[in-house]
Structures are given as C-alpha cells and as structure tokens.
Write a protein that binds this ligand. Structure first.
Ligand code: HEM
Length: 554
C-alpha cells in the first residue's frame, strides 16, 4: 500500500498539463538497464531505447512524465530545446546523478562522474589543454625553442599522420584497381585511440606498433589490447559486486572465473600503461624539461597531482583522481569519435551524392591528394574550408548521437517550459511543468534531434545542408545536444571536430566509399538497416558498419 501511495503521489508531481506515461520498471540509468538497454523496455513500451520521437508524437508534447518503480522517482522525459537549455545552464538546481556514473570510477573519482566543487577542480586542471588560444604543446628540446601551437592544430597534425599510416596499410593489402572491404569501427577505434593517446598524453605510437598484440617489456598486454579489453568488460565489472572480484583472486569460481580474471587483468594492464605515462611526464616536470612526449593535457593533470595540498588555486588531484581522469579521457576521447565517424562512413556509402560534395570540397583545397606529414596541412587554413564536411559530421551526430540520453536530478523545486503541439505542428503552445526537488529529468537527446519543431518534417532524412547557415537560415543550435550543453558540455568538442573533419575529408579524398559487395544487390532500405544498425553501449555502438573502399585515381 505504501509503495502504491508513493507511486501515485509521484505521478501527480508534474501537474495536469504534462502527459503521464506510467511506471517505468527499470531506472533508465542504473542497475541492469545499462546492459538490458537493447532489449528492455520492449518495443512499444515507454522508455524503449530506439523509440526516438515517437512517444512525444503520440502524446503531442515535448515532455512526458513517468515514475520509476524503484524509489518512486518522478521522472520527466524531455525533447524540448528550451527546457533542455534551462537544465544545462541552471547547474545549481540540475545536477548529475553521480551514482549513475559509478561505472566509470574504476580507478577513482574523475571529471565525468563528479559534481560541484570536485568537478570544478577537475575541469579547471584540464581546461587549458583544450583552450585553442592558450595551450602550448612543446615540440623541441629546450625552453628557448618552445614552439607555441594551438591544441587543435596538433590534433589535426596527428590525425593527418595516423590517417596516412592507416591508408598505407590498406593500400599494401589491396591490388591496384581493386577495393578493400573493412569493418569501419575496427579501424576507426584504432585511429582515434592513436590520436587521443598522442595529442592528449604524448604516447606517439605508429599504426603498426599499435596494431601489434605483443606486449612491450614489463607488460602483460599491449596498450591497445588493454584499452579495448577493459572497455569490453566495463559493465561486467560494474555489475559484479566487489566481493566476487576479491574472492575470485583466491578461489577459482565456476562460470564467471574466466571473465573475472580477464576483467581484472585488463584493468591492471591498463593501469600499468597509464602509470608509465605518468612517470615519464613526472620526470619531465621535475627536470623542468619539455619534449614532444609532454602533451599538454597529461602535463596539466600531472602537475595538479604534484602540487601541494594547500595550493591557492585548489588544483590538487590525488593519485587515484589522476589515473581516473586519464582513463576517462582515453575512453571519452576515442570511442565517441570512432563510433560517430563509423556512422558517417556508413552514411556516405549509402548517399553517394553527399560523398561527391565532400569530395569536391576536398579537391578544391587538396588538388594533388590528401595531406601527408611530409606536406603539412594546417588546421587554421583548411578547417574553415571544410564546411560541408563539418555539416556532414554534425548531421551524423544528429542522427546517431553517441550519448543518447543524459539524466540530471533537480535539487530544488522549480518550473520548466515545454510545448504541446498538434500532429501537423500547425499549433504549438508553451506550458509550464512543475519539477519537484528530487525528481529526475531525462534529456532525451535522440528524441530532441528528431523533433520536427526544430528540424522540419524531413527529420528522418540524412541532409547535411541543414547544418549549413545561409543569409536566411541559421541552424537551431539549442536543438543540437550531441556534445551536451552549458558548463558540463563536452570539453573535447573542438578536439573531436578537428579530428573527425580531418579524418573524414582525408578518407573521401583518397577513397570512394561504397556499400560492401554482399549488400550490393539488396534494396536501399535493407542496406541502410544493416549498415546503420546500432546497439546501446558505453556509447551508441554501430554493429554492422562494413564498407568497401576503392582508391581514387588522383
Ligand atoms: C564525437 C565525439 C564526441 C562526442 C559526441 C562527445 C559527447 C560528449 C557528451 C554528450 C558529454 C556529456 C556527458 C555527460 O554529461 O555525461 C561529453 C563529456 C565529456 N567529453 Fe566528450 N564527446 C566527444 C569527444 C570527446 C573527446 C575527443 C574528448 C577528449 C579528448 C572528450 C572528453 C570529454 C570529457 C572529459 C567529458 C566530461 C566533461 C565534464 O563533465 O565536464 N570528448 N562528451
């Protein structure tokens, strides 16, 4: 009776104007929901992961109320740009549900999973490395020779290097005049990991070196293997109680024993790699030296770790926080970009007309072929000239945003403004929704990106032009939440855009991207269903994005 009463009370929290969808059985950001996401709630049930804007359309509202079974938490689901902007900017009221981020706290607290003063400290330490104007990355041996370079220029340069090494490997495997079929995410995960490890942490490995599975001396796993196996086991580690992990060290457990050992070994192997990077950077800091191993982000984190406790700028990071920040930057800095780039590649195979426009754009700036490390291409000069490539990447993020949902908890009573609409959107009316302290708000990013109020009636279509400003049109910034928004927005947004635009442009300049042979005779809708299929994971993950690359003549 008590449960029933609390559920009823929670269901009345949003006032009469807000449609109510009922009780949601699993908390959408905790417990089993992270692994059951692809299957539960079932299709048609409220909260279904792949529903996009359909529930909002059904209710004629950009916000829908529900209640979680466990905890009877009033939960407001939103696909409304105005309400979401309020949530993102009013950070004193709407804060992260830090418990939902505990999965990431393997090595300790970090920037992504903290709030308030702790988060500010992490962000303050890392910020200068992402500030285009301030950052300097040192390229030579002595202080007098310091090269001052914008961070994105360095990201661009590293992307050019990695792309060329990748292309060289593919070309070596392909006969002239023939094509190569690749699993796009597999290669792009490798590429983006190399870029973030180098531009962020000074680990400048070659493509070949990174492909090797042989662990370097003193390690049980190679760097790339350690990262990918650890990520594969992230949810498993989070969902198995700590005592089982502790017990498995002493006793061989049936069924779970192998997975537990693999999980433990991969996180330990990754820890060793991170400690090695930290030791190198510490030595440079102590010696007052600079080198190209001394990337800005790592140096900032290490200096904050070495600083005294009572430092006036309150920038101290503990040993655990240092390792945990490195881990989250490695994770957040490569999987998101790799998966988005994979979807972009899949879309370009399906939409040759869009690909042709990118190709023409790249031909204008690189008539003699894509840039190489020997013929340096400058971020400052070329990035602004790749507007259509950038628009294509934004449109990919609109349709396949890596972080599909975000949640915040209201820490005070407040009100949000959402909208009611008629089916053809002829009438759109604002209305106020009361939000009680303790309620959860779900920023339904995929639904926001599919809301025709902002994106027009062709929301389902892949049309990069919608991200190109003209004299009479400005794309709706507030309705795009691919990098989140407000003070908690993605710190690596400009990093990701520089890297992705450079990678996409180089790829299209060098190869024609085609659907794979096994899909060539199928209908367009079947090709699309296969190539763009995804499942929820740490980020939205493409599952069958296999494409064919044919080297262009020039
Ligand atoms: C296409 C690529 C990317 C996308 C779509 C993306 C998206 C996002 C989103 C939606 C958030 C908010 C997450 C939340 O509140 O829980 C976020 C946060 C974050 N991202 Fe990214 N990201 C990308 C690339 C990167 C890169 C390249 C880096 C670092 C090199 C990075 C580092 C971070 C960090 C550290 C945070 C936490 C910021 C904070 O809480 O203050 N991201 N990202």
């Amino acid at each position: 009776v008590q449960k029933y009463t609390s559920l009823c009370s929670a269901s009345r929290a949003f006032g009469a104007a807000c449609p109510y969808a009922g009780v949601v059985l699993l908390h959408p950001f905790r417990d089993l929901s992270i692994v059951l996401g692809p299957w539960f709630p079932f299709k048609g049930q409220f909260g279904y992961y792949f529903a996009r804007f359909s529930f909002y359309l059904e209710h004629g509202s950009t916000c829908i109320g529900s209640v979680t079974l466990s905890g009877s938490i009033p939960t407001l689901w939103l696909a409304d740009a105005q309400a979401i902007k309020t949530i993102a900017t009013e950070t004193a009221i709407f804060q992260k549900d830090v418990v939902a981020y505990e999965t990431l706290n393997i090595y300790g607290p970090n920037m992504v999973g903290t709030e308030g003063a702790d988060w500010k400290r992490h962000r303050k330490v890392a910020n200068p490395a992402f500030n285009e104007e301030i950052i300097f990355l040192f390229g030579l041996i002595t202080f007098s020779d310091v090269i001052v370079q914008a961070s994105n220029a360095f990201v661009w340069m590293e992307t050019v290097r990695v792309a060329n090494e990748w292309f060289a490997e593919m070309d070596a495997k392909t006969k002239p005049d023939s094509s190569i079929t690749i699993d796009a995410p597999q290669y792009l995960v490798q590429a983006t990991l190399l870029v973030v490890a180098s531009a962020g942490f000074g680990r400048r490995a070659s493509w070949k070196e990174n492909s090797s599975t042989t662990p370097p001396a003193g390690h049980k796993l190679a760097f790339r293997a350690a990262v990918s196996i650890a990520l594969e086991h992230l949810f498993f580690r989070a969902l198995t109680p700590k005592w089982i992990h502790a017990l498995s060290i002493r006793v061989r457990l049936p069924f779970l024993g192998h997975a537990l050992a693999e999980t433990r070994e991969s996180f330990e192997a990754l820890r060793l790699h991170m400690v090695e990077l930290v030791s190198l950077s510490r030595a440079w800091v102590v010696g007052g030296k600079v080198s190209n191993m001394d990337a800005g982000l790592l140096r900032n984190l290490v200096e904050a770790n070495m600083t005294q406790e009572d430092d006036v700028h309150h920038k101290k990071l503990t040993d655990d926080e240092l390792l945990s920040d490195i881990f989250t930057f490695l994770l957040a800095g490569h999987e998101t970009s790799a998966h988005s780039l994979s979807f972009a590649v899949g879309l370009l195979a399906l939409y040759p007309a869009v690909q042709q426009k990118i190709y023409k754009e790249t031909m204008r700036i690189w008539p003699d072929g894509c840039p190489t490390s020997a013929s340096p291409s400058s971020y400052k000069e070329y990035f602004p000239k790749l507007q259509y490539t950038l628009a294509t990447f934004h449109e990919t993020l609109r349709l396949f945003t890596p972080v599909a949902r975000l949640s915040k908890i209201a820490h005070a009573d407040t009100t949000l403004t959402a909208h009611r609409f008629t089916p053809g959107l002829d009438v759109v009316t604002p209305f106020d929704v009361p939000v009680r302290a303790g309620s959860m708000v779900v920023i339904d990013v995929l639904a926001l990106h599919m809301n025709p109020m902002y994106w027009g009636h062709d929301v389902e279509d892949f049309r990069p032009e919608r991200f190109v400003d003209t004299e009479t049109y400005r794309w709706p910034r507030d309705a795009f939440f691919g990098f989140s928004g407000g003070p908690r927005s993605c710190i690596g947004q400009r990093f990701a855009l520089a890297e992705s635009v450079c990678m996409l442009a180089s790829l299209v300049r060098r190869y024609e991207i085609l659907v794979p042979k096994h899909l060539a005779g199928k209908s367009f809708s079947e090709q699309k269903r296969t190539l763009l299929k995804w499942k929820p994971g740490v980020t939205v993950t493409p599952t069958d994005c296999v494409v064919r690359l044919k080297r262009r003549d020039v």
